[in-house]
Design a protein around this ligand. Structure first.
Ligand SMILES: [Zn+2]
Length: 310
């Protein structure tokens, strides 16, 4: 049976028809009406109508960034779109006659990766999505963990350094301020300002404005500051995963998101830091730290599968 998964991103709404083995059989895209969040439901309905044309579709899963309530129908708060208590499920189902479930986008990605990607066959999985921030998803005993009110697994907002860098969530010192794509750039900018003589390649590439791509490229060319920024990210990542393992004891971690495309620059060091900082290390099995496999389609595949299992 086919279901449709929809991933509402900040710039585009991606959608796919997905079969029960997690394969996308047809895809469609729309730009996100970011300045008109009230129109997002219509955009989703529009892309679903296109994909459903001539196919028998059982249900639709919609992944959205933000706090999705425990009934999986309402987005209580979205960081990128100006949604507050948005009744997304009701709006979309009013436009198309199909069952709809709404899911946090990082949860949908975690589910997609666990079922059909790097976590295949694993029952206890922690997904860490490194983008501009850090998204998270937890699978326990083979089920997605959502928390009491649907707001669980916001791993990026563990406050690893209270009083530290301010975070978009209103708190300070959150993990995503130290181990995300944005954190990498902040670190590289700070180091380059302190030690410009060690950042010649980076500064030459960036021409005054250091962004993530330049840090990655400079690190590949051996720039000392860019490499140090990746080392810092790797250590914060490994430390955070060790703390998560102390509580959750997963069988594997899956590291995905845009920053993971540069995994060759930080993942081995993160594994080493993880093993060193893990409580009881040497006397327990080490959770594997794997790279995500599904890339940008994990959210669509996961949302579609969660709609099937609704
Ligand atoms: Zn935060």
């Amino acid at each position: 049976m086919l279901t449709i998964g929809v991933d509402i991103g900040g710039t585009k709404v991606g959608a796919g028809v997905v079969d029960d083995e997690g394969r996308i059989v047809h895809e469609a895209l729309r730009p996100t009406p970011a300045d008109r969040p009230d129109l997002v439901a219509e955009t989703v309905a529009d892309v679903v109508r296109e994909l459903a044309e001539g196919r028998e579709i059982e249900a639709v899963g919609v992944g959205a960034a933000g706090f999705v309530d425990e009934t999986r129908s309402m987005v209580r708060f979205a960081p990128n779109l100006a949604w507050r208590e948005e009744p997304l499920q009701k709006k979309i189902s009013g436009l198309i006659g199909l069952p709809i479930v709404v899911e946090n986008d990082a949860n949908a990605m975690a589910w997609g990766e666990t079922r059909f990607g790097a976590g295949r066959g694993q029952s206890h999985v922690v997904c860490v999505t490194l983008g501009t921030g850090i998204g998270g998803g937890l699978v326990f005993d083979g089920s997605l963990y959502r928390g009491r009110w649907g707001m669980g697994a916001e791993l990026g907002h563990m406050q690893v350094r209270p009083g530290g860098r301010p975070c978009g969530c209103g708190q300070t010192g959150c993990w995503e301020q130290y181990a995300s794509g944005n954190a990498l750039v902040i670190e590289a900018r700070e180091l380059a300002a302190e030690r410009p003589e060690d950042a010649r390649i980076l500064l030459g590439l960036a021409g005054g404005k250091i962004e993530g791509e330049e840090v990655t490229e400079a690190a590949r060319r051996g720039d000392a500051v860019a490499l140090a920024a990746f080392d810092t990210l790797a250590d914060w990542l490994g430390q955070g995963m060790a703390d998560l393992a102390a509580i959750l004891d997963p069988g594997c971690f899956i590291v995905g998101g845009g920053v993971s495309r540069a995994a060759d620059l930080f993942l081995d060091r993160a594994r080493k830091t993880f093993a060193e900082r893990l409580t009881g290390n040497g006397h327990r099995p080490l959770a594997e730290i794997r790279l995500a496999e599904l890339g940008a389609s994990a959210g669509v595949v996961g949302a579609a599968d969660l709609a099937r299992l609704r």
